[in-house]
Design a protein around this ligand. Structure first.
Ligand code: PEP
Ligand code: MN
Length: 398
């Protein structure tokens, strides 16, 4: 795993106050760029680019999420695990947004609450990895913003200029997002994991992270004193933190204190990703601790990342039934505690992929290679996403 220590030397393209807070902090999961001078030039170039989203839009999302935190709305976040440059086509983006909006409509009807839409879109290009090397012995794929996915050493060499391609890709994707929102006469917000600091930092302007509306910190980078939490503390955006099965109440309280010191409704979303077997055991004390400390957070359920398994072929997959089981556990926990189940965080695509097992078509392991197209984690296809949402709708109507 690649750790970097943030330097205190002039940090090209980066807000000086933020650079000072970051000095000396550890940044997990950063690529080892071959040429520091080139990275500095890219950061400076990004620092001179227009922001991708506007502060007023970001504030609007905070206001919407405040409604979710208060129990008067739901949140649906979803899209690709890893967006790719090749996949950044209007067809793919629209297909994913259609799933997002369609699922949200089902939830809206069942709950009689408005649903806030946040895509994993227009910036979801960087991936954290548990191991530095993949099973093929090559550096693990960290997303198109870092290097190419092809299985050869040359492709996997980190290239900082890819951050400029990612910026342009996000800008193009945003055009599609905004057009879709206008056609459907609805609101669409963008979100991604704020992982790659050389990309995120130059897009911080006047205290906002303007690479996307909603920025989250992953399970692997949420150390309290690390660079990612330090960045999130500095931002006025609504921020998310993934919380996995090893999370203690003390850890979640420390994160809430750091990221939501003023107890601002909508500011902090805690995204639980426990696994179907762990959710009913691990989640309740976390929810109770956060409520007792008075943080008006959104509790979101990510039923994907705690339920990943490896098929005999070596392909990563998830079984539809395990995903459903975690969602059921999540709703049961919140029902028992009287807390608001704020919604779902999903990995899906509108493309007709064969990446997750089970579901209506009862997809089997031997069928996974038929249309296994993800660059990283297995996504629900459109039918599986709608089926999952229908089951959630039934839970909401109980
Ligand atoms: C992800 O959302 O793709 C991800 C890597 O999640 P987590 O940080 O929860 O493992
Ligand atoms: Mn993922």
């Amino acid at each position: 795993m690649t750790k970097m220590t943030m330097t205190s030397s002039p940090y090209g393209g980066v807000d000086p106050g933020l650079a000072r807070s970051l000095a000396g902090r550890t940044a997990q999961q950063q690529p080892r760029w071959p040429d520091e001078q080139e990275v500095r030039e890219v950061r400076e170039a990004l620092g001179g680019r227009a922001p991708l989203v506007a502060p007023a839009e970001v504030d609007q999302l905070t206001a919407r999420l405040a409604e979710v935190a208060a129990g008067r709305a739901l949140l649906l976040q979803g899209g690709d695990c890893a967006e790719t440059f090749a996949g950044n086509t209007p067809e793919h983006l629209r297909a994913n947004l259609r799933v997002l909006l369609h699922c949200a409509t089902l939830l809206e009807v069942a709950s009689a609450l408005p649903v806030v839409h946040v895509g994993r879109i227009a910036g979801q290009y960087a991936k954290p990895r548990s191991r530095a090397l993949g099973p093929d012995g090559l550096p693990a794929y960290r997303g198109d913003i870092v290097h190419g996915a092809a299985a050869d050493a040359a492709a996997r060499r980190p290239d900082p200029r890819r951050m400029l391609t990612a910026y342009a890709g996000a800008q193009a994707a945003l055009t599609v997002v905004r057009a879709t929102a206008a056609e459907s006469r609805t609101e669409l917000f963008t979100g991604h994991e704020a992982l790659l600091l050389d990309y995120e930092l130059p897009l911080v302007r006047a205290g906002y992270g303007l690479s996307g509306h909603f920025l989250w910190i992953g399970e692997r980078t949420r150390d309290l004193d690390g660079a990612h939490v330090t960045l999130a503390r500095h931002l006025a955006n609504p921020v998310g933190v993934k919380v996995g099965p090893g999370t203690t109440p003390a850890q979640v309280l420390a994160l809430a204190a750091a990221l939501d010191p003023d107890r601002t409704p909508g500011r902090l979303t805690l995204i639980s990703r426990m696994g179907a077997d762990r959710v009913t055991g691990v989640l309740p004390p976390l929810v109770e601790a956060v409520a007792a400390a008075g943080h008006p957070v959104v509790w979101l359920c990510d039923p994907m990342h705690g339920n990943t398994q490896v098929a005999e072929s070596g392909l990563k997959t998830r079984h539809f039934d395990r995903i459903v089981a975690e969602v059921e556990g999540y709703f049961a926990v919140h029902r028992a505690l009287g807390s608001h189940p704020g919604g779902l965080h999903l990995e899906f695509t509108g493309d007709d992929v064969t990446e997750c097992l089970g579901g209506r078509e009862d997809l089997r392991e031997d069928q996974l290679p038929e249309r296994y197209l993800t660059a990283c984690d297995p996504r629900l296809n459109g039918r599986q996403s709608l089926d999952l949402t229908r089951l959630v709708a039934e839970i909401l109507l109980r």
